[in-house]
Design a protein around this ligand. Structure first.
Ligand SMILES: [Zn+2]
Ligand SMILES: [Zn+2]
Ligand SMILES: [Zn+2]
Length: 144
């Protein structure tokens, strides 16, 4: 009887380990309402291997390749070119994707959104503002 129990335990362990491996499989791209997100996304709300908290639900379109990536590292690790930031003159371009409702925001809309999606009211990560300079042209001498 004990042997059967042991066998059952072992089987459950193997089965759950296998399920975890399946989850960790890298995704090459995900799609939100028909808009492709590249890099290393892990779900369909733009969370990625680098940023995956409750609040990490936006993707940024890169000026260089016109493709959405969940974050800078995703672009760095999977794109074959140097990233380009958006110049201020193009801040009215739609370059931010809300991973919850699939709405595309302009950079101006996003920066004045108070970290809340204007369409679905989902909360964005306020910490993203520390990384604006990786995506958008900023005033250089700004030290925070
Ligand atoms: Zn690019
Ligand atoms: Zn990433
Ligand atoms: Zn939204």
């Amino acid at each position: 009887m004990r042997k059967i129990l042991l066998f059952f335990l072992l089987f459950t362990l193997i089965a759950s380990a296998k399920a975890q491996t399946n989850l960790a499989l890298p995704v090459v791209k995900s799609s939100i309402k028909g808009i492709n997100v590249y890099g290393k996304p892990i779900d369909n709300q733009t969370r990625c291997q680098h940023w995956h908290s409750e609040l990490d639900i936006i993707a940024i379109k890169f000026k260089c390749c016109d493709k959405y990536y969940p974050c800078y590292s995703c672009h760095e690790e999977t794109a074959d070119h140097e990233p380009k930031v958006w110049p201020k003159s193009e801040f009215d371009s739609k370059a931010i994707l809300c991973g919850v409702c699939g709405t595309e925001l302009s950079i101006t809309d996003y920066q004045s959104s108070n970290n809340t999606c204007p369409k679905c009211k989902a909360a964005f990560n306020p910490g993203c503002s520390n990384h604006y300079h990786l995506y958008f042209e900023t005033d250089k001498k700004k030290i925070e």
